[in-house]
Design a protein around this ligand. Structure first.
Ligand code: NAD
Length: 481
């Protein structure tokens, strides 16, 4: 069967950072690998007045470091057109429709359309309504709407946003991106849990002591200050990426590999999260903000970064203990942690198994079995076991069995765009997942907003406030990393 996909992409926000850094290179790689061939075209739209030629040069620039040949890059860029477009202006959609229909015919696309909204979510509703109202949604082929995070700032406004979009597109046509779902190691959670009897049977409260999710960044807010100061780590990282990982860790085996069945189990896991209350928040969640360190005097504290309020109480670090109401997970917390300006950049998931008494070994000789998924640049899986030392005696040492993913893996966006082309929603976020994630986050946000006295400062280049370590110690646990 031919891998060649037919689609017209209409990218709203075509002059933006995400389109340049991620979407164009991802499309080029799909082209290079023959998933896109001759039957595709891309219309970039945004407010700027660009010509097709100027736009095509931007495309060439964005793929310069990955292009196979000048000729191939030029042939690829030839599929791109630009339209200056104000998303609130109905006339602009008429021009867009004409161009879309013309490209559809020129490249024999059979009416398939992917609308990619790479711009501020407060414009999603109006764009969706115009796409439907001005007949850009095509009756002949498929119509898919890809939207970027942040999907609202709390449950109520994300619900409004969703209802707005649902006026024009069905849930089945909406592809909500969380680019973490395009990462191999996150996708591996399904196969690890459900393709291996060893882990499948151990993945419960009888054998797992706790699970840990760490998304640590070593950079600060950089030029995103204006956005970040209104968002903070809770909304920017925990609501989406971290809770998506939590849903995979707590989920039961889906009825099939169909995306709808996978979503059913993820939704159930998120719905079962025990909500935080103002009474218990200080025992379960801590928040911090980075400040200067004597060792690194040249690194700015958060409040001195550009576009940040001088008295900002926005958190740049969150650590928490996430628990499930599901009886199968009683007593098994998932400790989560994400922060900026931490000591090292690291993204990992650690599953800490329970130790068992042994007739052969003293309890203090045995370390826990720990399964680690390295999600960041050093992608791979490791399993810590207790092993006999090499040689004459029988002492035990913790030994790591390591699998490093050496092969070149496709970029997150490349995989997700291909999934969208193929109509596979398994790596996209369903509305109910968004809804239950926000309900969990809103409870924390409300408790924090009512009392800012628990904001802790942590020096840059550390792994967060001491209290993030106490959180585990009080349960007799420790951060593996
Ligand atoms: P950006 O500010 O660089 O680009 C925004 C684009 O929207 C520009 O092309 C601009 O011209 C266009 N635009 C804004 N208002 C418009 C209007 N009224 N009419 C027509 N065009 C208009 O933003 P970005 O970094 O590319 O991000 C786009 C979206 O993706 C945002 O929602 C952002 O939160 C999300 N996102 C971005 C990244 C990233 O790495 N950049 C990562 C995750 C999510």
């Amino acid at each position: 069967m031919s891998q060649n996909q037919k689609a017209l992409f209409i990218i709203f926000g075509g002059t933006g950072d995400l389109a340049y850094r991620k979407l164009y290179p991802a499309l080029y790689k799909l082209y290079k690998n023959n998933y896109l061939n001759e039957n595709f075209a891309v219309i970039g739209t945004a407010r700027r007045e660009w010509t097709d030629e100027y736009y095509q040069n931007i495309i060439l620039d964005s793929i310069d470091s990955i292009k196979t040949s000048e000729q191939e890059a030029k042939a690829f860029a030839g599929h791109f057109r630009y339209q200056s477009h104000n998303v609130n202006d109905t006339d602009n959609y008429h021009t867009l429709k004409k161009l879309a229909d013309q490209l559809d015919e020129e490249y024999q696309i059979n009416g398939n359309r992917i609308f990619y909204l790479s711009m501020s979510p407060n414009l999603f509703g109006t764009i969706a309504a115009h796409l439907r109202g001005e007949n850009l949604v095509n009756e002949n082929g498929f119509n898919r709407l890809i939207i970027e995070k942040p999907f609202g700032t709390n449950f109520n406004d994300s619900n409004d946003l969703n209802n707005d979009i649902l006026q024009s597109f069905d849930e089945e046509q909406i592809y909500r991106i969380d680019h973490y779902l395009g990462k191999d190691m996150i996708q591996s959670l399904l196969s690890l849990k459900f393709a291996n009897p060893t882990f499948k049977h151990l993945w419960n409260k009888d054998f797992i002591s706790n699970m840990q999710v760490t998304l640590a960044e070593d950079i600060g807010v950089e030029e995103r200050g204006g956005y970040y100061d209104t968002s903070g780590a809770l909304r920017d990282m925990i609501q989406n990426h971290v809770l998506q990982i939590v849903s995979f860790l707590f989920m039961d085996e889906p009825a099939s590999s169909q995306s709808d069945d996978i979503a059913v189990e993820k939704v159930k896991a998120l719905k079962n999260l025990q909500l935080i209350t103002p009474e218990n928040i200080d025992d379960k969640f801590i928040r911090g903000q980075y400040t200067t360190s004597e060792e690194e005097p040249s690194v700015l504290d958060y409040r001195s970064e550009p576009n940040i309020e001088a008295d900002s109480t926005t958190e740049t670090f969150v650590a928490g203990k996430v628990e499930s109401l599901d009886k199968n997970w009683e007593g098994v917390p998932i400790y989560i942690r994400s922060g900026k300006r931490m000591k090292d950049k690291e993204t990992r998931i650690d599953i800490v198994f329970k130790n068992e008494p042994s007739n052969l070994y003293e309890a203090d000789e045995l370390s826990e079995n720990i399964l680690t998924l390295h999600v960041g640049s050093n992608q791979g899986i490791s399993l810590q076991i207790n092993n006999k030392v090499v040689g004459h005696n029988f002492d035990i040492v913790p030994t790591s069995l390591d699998y490093k993913m050496n092969e070149q893996t496709p970029d997150d966006y490349e995989k997700l765009l291909l999934n969208a082309l193929q109509g596979n929603k398994a790596s996209f976020v369903y509305w109910e997942e968004v809804a239950y994630s926000w309900k969990y986050i809103d409870a924390i946000r409300e408790a924090w907003d009512a009392d800012s006295s628990n904001l802790l400062l942590y020096p840059v280049n550390t792994n967060g406030p001491k209290e993030a370590f106490d959180l585990l110690e009080q349960d007799g646990n420790y951060w593996v990393w």
